[in-house]
Every structure is written in C-alpha cells, then in structure tokens.
Write a protein that binds this ligand. Structure first.
Ligand code: URA
Length: 435
C-alpha cells in the first residue's frame, strides 16, 4: 500500500474515507507500513484531529483487526463492562466486576497495565500471588459463562492494531489525542461483544484530560460512537485532582478493594462502584430509575456475595489462596513504612493526585520504561482527603517503600501534594456530570 498520499492528505487537513482508513489499519497490522510513516500520520492526526466519520472508521477498523468475543444469547444476563480513562488510586474495576456478576450481568473485563503515572488493573491483579491475567479467548468466554466475570489482559489475537498503534503513540508523543484515545479504548471494548458500557472519564491533574471541557469532549465522542455501534453507553465525568480512596499502589489498592467488598473502605470508592453498577442496571433496562438502581446495587454490595464472587474468581484464575490470605492479613508488606504528619491544624484543601502518582511511579509502583518491573508492595495509604480536618501531628499519609532511602525521598516529595488551610474547600462530588 502506498501510504504517502494519506499522510499528505492528513497533513493538509483533508478527510480520509472509511475505505482508506480500513486499508491503512489492515496494512499496518500485517507489517506492510513502516513505523516512521505511521508515526508521521499519527502526528498529523494529533495536530489536526479526525472528524466523527473518520474516528468511527478508525475505531471499527481497529476492532476488526482481531477476534471479537461472542457469548451465547441469554437476555436475562446482559454482557456489560466499564472502562476508566485512568487515574491514581482508581481501583473501581476490582469490586465492580464482582458486584455486576452478582447483579446477574456477564462481565468480560479486559483491562490494561499502568500508563504514564496512572495505575493499571492488570498490575494490581498481578500483585495477588499466582493470579493469571493471560487467558485465551476460550477461557474468557467459559469463565464468564460459569462464574459471571473475568478480569484479564487482551489476548494476542484481540485488537492487534491497537497494540501496535498504541506502542508507537507511546514513544512519539501522540497519546493525548481525543480521536486516537477514542479509537484505542473503544476498539478494545467493542471487541468484547458487550451490549452496555459505562465509561468513567476522568479530568484533573493526574488524568489524560486535564480540564473538564476536554473530558466532556472525549466522553461525548466515545459515547456517540459506542452508542451508534449498538452498545448502550453512558459516560460519568469524575474528578482526578485527588486520588480515589485512601490508598494508591498495586497491592495496597487490592487491599482497599477487598475492604470495599467487605462493606468497609472509603466512601468515594463505594459511591463510584455503586454509581457504575446503577448506571448499567438502568442502561440495560433492568431497573427503571436511578435511585432504585442505586439501592439495589448497594444492597447486593453489602450482602457479602460480591466478596465470595471475588474469591471464586481468584480461584478460577489460579491464585494461590493461602498465600493471598496471608498477604492480606499482614499489617504491611513493604520493607519500610513511614508517616507524613501535619505540621499545622486546619482543613485539607489539596491532596494532589499527580504528585502522589509520580512518587509512586518512582518508588517502583509504575513504569518509566516499557520493560520496567513493578514492585507491587510500594505506594501510599492512609491518605487524608480534601475537606477533612487535621491537627498538628495527624497522619497525612503513609509511604510504603522498598528501602529507607526511597521512603525518605518519597516523604520529602509528598509534602508538596498537601495543602492545609484555615477553611475547608467546597465539598466535591464524586460524579460531576453524566453524558
Ligand atoms: N487507554 C487506552 O487504552 N488507550 C489510550 O489511548 C488511552 C488510554
């Protein structure tokens, strides 16, 4: 394929046809277009964008580059999923998949690894001893049919175009582009064979979309294309200036997710889990109004059933349950744990997710290079959050590190994440807008 006319057309702001985009994606996936030409095209898209038709064509071409899951027809058990654009402490998927399975949904939750400073569901799950995240298409469908949910990574044969294009975007500065993010996320979600999807689109200091306006545009673009393709989709705009919950870091987030499944844990996490589940109940017509959906989701979450489902899922995916329980009961698993204490009294007005995310990544909880190995034990917990009162000597957070040096350095940097003032900020909602 001669891709040069397509690069020139995009450079000059012209529109590509669906056939041209399909041919481009097919050729790139089979290795017939060199990276440097694809990179040039991606950069042209980054600067000049894609219109709605082009974005839709790119999404569908990427979805169709590999296998699409199919599930046996069963209208009493809709196939659904949730996707977050990523943040710090965002562990919603872990309790949510179990809750949805207990609400009668089938949930093929295919997740990714951390990107930039944002955490990834697969990295969190891999902090559980023995847990397998690489499953075949056959195993995914079987587990979803049998226990209602699966949490795993993309198979080799699902959306290969996204894997190749994403790797190139990552090293060419072309990740933060609304049409490219839309096609990347939706191609993967649409290949799960789902009938409804809830999107958690984050804005703020630690999100891909820094402003609410950008997040709204991304949410509208994704919701429109997903709905047009027959997947009932809704997007929640949520804040990522502050981490979600009180813990960030792979294993610490698994622990906090288990607390949520036990009916404990932070209120903002519980609220977002319930909002996502309630939205899917309504989107699939299983409840007719949101208050009823919320109370049904809250009741099932409190019943203990999703916690049993979690254990069932861990066993099905090979987790070493005695080792996992031992790890769960341990007070702390990192070699060094230090406390950051308030030096003045007042109200927290900032607990900055970007600073905290960068500190965790540098402690070894995230990746600076693609090959980097994650340390699942490191992170930050016991976070104090905006609007909470503190007194001199109160713990603002605890840092979990692999060594004393790393912990000291992290503690010094974490000071800048917090602001304590005389008056509290206006309380922030968890969900700011629904699209
Ligand atoms: N997550 C993805 O899967 N793709 C993107 O482009 C951004 C976030």
């Amino acid at each position: 394929m001669n891709v040069l006319p397509l690069i020139e057309a995009k450079r000059d702001g012209l529109v590509l046809s669906a056939e041209q985009i399909q041919a481009l994606v097919t050729a790139f996936t089979r290795g017939a277009i060199p990276d440097y030409q694809m990179a040039a095209l991606l950069m042209a898209v980054y600067f000049l964008g894609l219109n709605a038709d082009e974005t839709r064509a790119l999404t569908f071409a990427m979805r169709d580059s590999g296998d699409v899951l199919t599930f046996p027809k069963d209208s009493s058990r809709p196939v659904v999923d949730k996707h977050s654009t990523g943040g710090i402490g965002d562990k919603v998927s872990l309790p949510l998949a179990q809750l949805l399975a207990c609400l009668g949904f089938r949930v093929p939750m295919i997740s990714g690894r951390g990107l930039g400073i944002t955490g990834g569901t697969l990295d969190k799950l891999e902090s559980i001893p023995g847990f397998r995240t690489r499953l075949s298409v056959g195993e995914i469908v079987k587990q979803v049919e049998e226990i209602g949910c699966v949490m795993c990574g993309q198979t080799e044969t699902m959306c290969p175009a996204d894997r190749l294009i994403y790797a190139l975007r990552d090293v060419t500065g072309t990740v933060p582009s609304i049409p490219l993010i839309t096609a990347s996320i939706l191609s993967k979600k649409l290949s799960e064979g789902i009938e409804a999807l809830v999107l958690d689109v984050k804005f703020g200091s630690a999100a891909f979309m820094q402003t609410r306006e950008q997040a709204r545009e991304l949410a509208r673009t994704m919701a429109q294309i997903a709905n047009e393709s027959g997947v009932k989709t809704r997007a929640l705009l949520t804040d990522m200036n502050t981490p979600l919950g009180r813990a960030a870091g792979n294993w610490l987030e698994v622990k906090e997710s288990v607390e949520c499944l036990e009916g404990r844990g932070p209120e903002d996490l519980r609220e977002l889990v319930i909002e996502c589940a309630a939205s899917l109940l309504e989107q699939t017509g299983r409840c007719t109004d949101l208050p009823e959906s919320r109370s049904r989701a809250a009741k099932v979450l409190a019943s203990g059933e999703p916690l049993r489902k979690w254990d069932q899922m861990l066993a099905a995916q090979g987790a070493d349950l005695p080792a996992y329980r031992h790890q769960l009961q341990a007070v702390d698993t990192a070699p060094v744990v230090l406390e950051l204490k308030a030096t003045r009294s007042g109200f927290i007005t900032r607990c900055d997710a970007r600073v905290i995310g960068e500190v965790i990544r540098d402690l070894g909880g995230g990746r600076l290079t693609k090959e980097a190995v994650i340390d699942p034990r490191v992170g930050v917990d016991a976070l104090k959050k905006p609007a909470e009162a503190v007194h001199v000597g109160d713990i603002l957070c605890r840092v979990h590190a692999a060594s004393q040096d790393a912990a000291d350095q992290a503690l010094a940097r974490l000071w800048s994440a917090f602001i304590v003032a005389d008056t509290p900020p206006l309380e922030c909602a968890v969900v700011h807008e629904v699209i």
